[in-house]
Design a binder for this molecule. Structure first.
Ligand code: CP
Length: 325
């Protein structure tokens, strides 16, 4: 293994004296320069991931805990892979098999993991704000891997990075987000990130699936267009969201069939859109509801690239948070 590789030399040049951030909780307080830095370091991480031996010693000796209180496939696996690619020690815990199942509190769990020597904790939790509580009670770096309906900042970063990869940048790009925006932490973090980087965002959903108190005057780059055909006019990106039935207390839709008839991303709708439009979805998908298999696996889809880019983005974040400590 090369100890002082070309990538590490580039990384040390990129090491930012300006990076003061200790946690990644949401994108609402990020600057465009910080996001650009994450992208530049992710480019270098992608170079590492393209090698035969996809590992650098950058975080040797650091310990990262992945603590997931909710199910996850791609976020959990990509955080774990990202930590391993950087040679950190990784412990992954799911709440059903931890002492949470015996009644241990979140604060006690955090203190326990810190006492075991963890430098960073990745947390997914059903309660909005749980990662903020963790950040208050711990010296570890806390990374929010999704908290309730609130935020999923690393998903938004990999989404922005994927748009940059395919369209060359995010500035002035028209992005339609369609689906269950009201319950979507992915939508919230993407709205912060996309508008910060200069995109135009159109939200398309039935009124019952939009946020209850939405004041568009505070985010002038965001508009609402309930008619998906109108929303898609001139769009360069469309991001479909899963209908989050597990978070819906009330019956907010007449039926899934009715929802699909009006909001499903299908070939017929896509044929009327911009011929170079890219189709995104954070996953997991409910194919046949918000998106058809023909579209999710079709020529416009970059959904697989989103997943792939998640590892490079999370490596970049671990590097920024932990390499100088
Ligand atoms: N996008 C996302 O958070 O997927 P998982 O729930 O599989 O992690």
């Amino acid at each position: 293994m090369r100890i002082k590789s070309e990538s590490q030399a580039i990384l040390s040049e990129l090491t930012p004296s300006a990076w003061q951030r200790h946690h990644i909780l949401d994108l609402d307080d990020f600057t465009p320069e910080e996001i650009e830095l994450v992208f530049q370091i992710s480019d270098t991480m992608k170079e590492v991931l393209g090698r035969d031996i996809k590992r650098v010693p950058t975080l040797r000796g650091k310990t990262i805990v992945n603590f997931f209180y909710e199910p996850s496939t791609r976020t959990r696996a990509s955080f774990e892979l990202a930590a391993k690619r950087l040679s950190a020690d990784v412990v992954s815990i799911a709440s059903p098999t931890s002492s949470v199942a015996k009644g241990e509190s979140l604060v006690d769990t955090i203190c326990t993991l810190e006492a075991l020597g963890a430098d960073a904790m990745v947390i997914r939790h059903p309660q909005a704000g749980a990662p903020y509580l963790a950040a208050q009670y711990s010296q570890m770096s806390i990374i929010n891997a999704g908290d309730g309906c609130h935020a999923h900042p690393t998903q938004a970063l990999l989404d922005l990075y994927t748009i940059r990869q395919h369209l060359g940048g995010v500035k002035r790009v028209k992005v339609v987000i369609v689906g269950d925006i009201r319950h979507s932490r992915v939508a919230r973090s993407n709205i912060w990130g996309l508008t910060l980087m200069g995109a135009q965002v159109v939200l398309s959903a039935p009124p019952t699936l939009l946020p209850l108190a939405w004041d568009t005057s505070c985010l002038p780059q965001v508009t609402i267009e309930p008619n998906l055909a109108y929303a898609l006019e001139g769009a360069e990106v469309v991001m479909a969201l899963r209908l989050q039935e597990e978070r819906q207390q009330d019956r907010l839709l007449p039926s899934l069939d009715e929802y699909s008839r009006l909001y499903q991303l299908n070939e017929e709708r896509l044929a009327k859109a911009n011929s170079s439009i890219i189709v995104m979805h954070p996953g997991p998908m409910n194919e046949g509801v918000e998106i058809t298999p023909e579209v999710s696996h079709g020529a416009h889809s970059v959904i697989g690239n989103q997943v792939t880019n998640g590892v490079a983005i999370r490596m970049a974040l671990f590097y920024l948070l932990l390499s100088g400590r």
